[in-house]
Design a protein. Structure first.
Length: 235
């Protein structure tokens, strides 16, 4: 498994190092990656996480400037989600009969359940969930969410999403360099860190309730406060 990550990391690092030699090519590349990863279903094929983590690493090394790359990532994320929304809004239920969407009906249904449960928050949360992020904006359009409401959440979440993927790459590069390790480990360590953070942020109630029995009186107060909510909502 580590050898597989090593191969992928080395390949992506070679590509990113080559692209970083041309400022405008770097901007266009990052923009297109962030558009692609947000487009309905197509986003399943775009490896935005490792690319953006490596981009953060190159920024930390001084090979790329932070602000232009950051805004290119934000703009790409906004436009990609907007495209998905429009596709979902235009096709509605007909999307289930159109290629390539008809090949991913289970994922679309999962996105519909996620959106029904979380409402507008699904646009924000969904950006950070592999798989779901490729359908949530389109599902929002399918289910008739107003474009104004969608756009507000889309823009805010794009800034947070871009920062959450680029900044860890920058920080990890500095740390790894200080202990004599290579840039390629940014992908592996960064992916693990972001996964742990997502689990903690998204499932914090379940985690608290799981450890509550070991926390005495404080644990019982947590169970009294959150237990009914978990039972009633399922999250």
């Amino acid at each position: 498994m580590f050898e597989f990550f090593h191969t992928i990391s080395a390949w992506l690092e070679m590509i990113m190092q080559s692209i970083s030699d041309n400022f405008w090519l770097s901007l266009v590349f990052i923009f297109l990656v962030c558009v692609g990863e947000a487009v309905f279903i197509v986003g399943l094929l775009v490896p935005s996480l490792p690319i953006l983590l490596l981009t953060g690493g190159l920024i930390a090394q001084g090979s790329l400037p932070f602000w232009p790359i950051f805004f290119a990532a934000v703009a790409g994320a906004i436009i990609g989600d907007a495209i998905s929304y429009v596709v979902g809004w235009a096709l509605k239920d007909r999307i289930r009969t159109v290629w390539p969407f008809k090949n991913h009906l289970a994922l679309i249904e999962k996105g519909e359940l996620f959106f029904a449960r979380h409402g507008g928050k699904a646009i924000f949360i969904g950006r950070f969930i592999t798989g779901v992020k490729a359908v949530i904006p389109g599902v929002a359009g399918m289910m008739g969410m107003s474009y104004r409401h969608f756009s507000v959440i889309n823009v805010i979440s794009a800034f947070v999403w871009a920062a959450a993927h680029i900044l860890p790459g920058m920080l990890l590069t500095g740390w790894l360099k200080s202990i004599g390790l290579s840039l390629e480990l940014v992908i592996i360590v960064g992916a693990l860190v972001l996964t742990v953070l997502f689990v903690l942020l998204h499932f914090w109630k379940k985690i608290l309730l799981a450890i509550a029995p070991y926390l005495g009186a404080f644990g019982r107060s947590l169970q009294a406060r959150f237990g009914k909510t978990e039972t009633g909502t399922g999250h």
